[in-house]
Design a protein around this ligand. Structure first.
Ligand SMILES: [Zn+2]
Length: 166
């Protein structure tokens, strides 16, 4: 520490104690040059943590690896490169951190992942959306399949949907 009296960087700590429930450490210092005493405070930097609210109401910290695991599992052996999966999860992570301040519903994350997967791979999308209960019933699923089928029919070359914009 630079001494506030003589500006020498030559102090020693003569007392150190925690306050505010251990969140703050107060240190009494003495300058070795001018022998004046002063106090410094040390506190933990508050890191902002986004929480995910699950269906049962419990809250867990947002961990992007958990989303990636779900995406990988839905993709299974589909020919989807790993970097596409990672980029998808990264995009979701950026998005929810930008749009949500403290907490986000797990369903909201699931919906966003499903929307993006739908643009990447039909099968992975259906698997993901089924696993994460995006369909309320079989009619829902049937409607979605009809929709996907008509989309593919209207696009002779589906690859055109996914230009290499990495
Ligand atoms: Zn001093």
């Amino acid at each position: 520490m630079i001494c506030p009296y003589c500006a020498q960087d030559n102090d020693r700590v003569i007392d150190s104690r925690a306050s505010d429930g251990g969140l703050v450490i107060r240190r009494r210092r003495e300058c070795a040059a001018c022998h004046k005493r002063y106090t410094t405070y040390e506190r933990v930097e508050k890191t902002h943590r986004l929480m995910v609210v699950k269906r049962d109401g419990t809250r867990v910290p947002f961990v992007s690896d958990n989303i990636l695991r779900g995406v990988r599992s839905a993709c299974g052996k589909r020919p989807i490169p790993e970097d596409v999966k990672v980029a998808l999860v990264q995009a979701i992570e950026d998005e929810v951190h930008r749009e949500f301040d403290r907490e986000v519903l797990s369903d909201e994350i699931g919906r966003r992942v499903a929307t993006r997967l739908r643009e990447i791979d039909d099968i992975a999308y259906i698997r993901y959306a089924s696993e994460y209960h995006q369909f309320r019933n079989l009619d829902d699923l049937a409607d979605e399949l009809t929709d996907l089928k008509s989309r593919v029919r209207n696009l002779p070359n589906q690859r055109d949907l996914f230009p290499n914009d990495e």
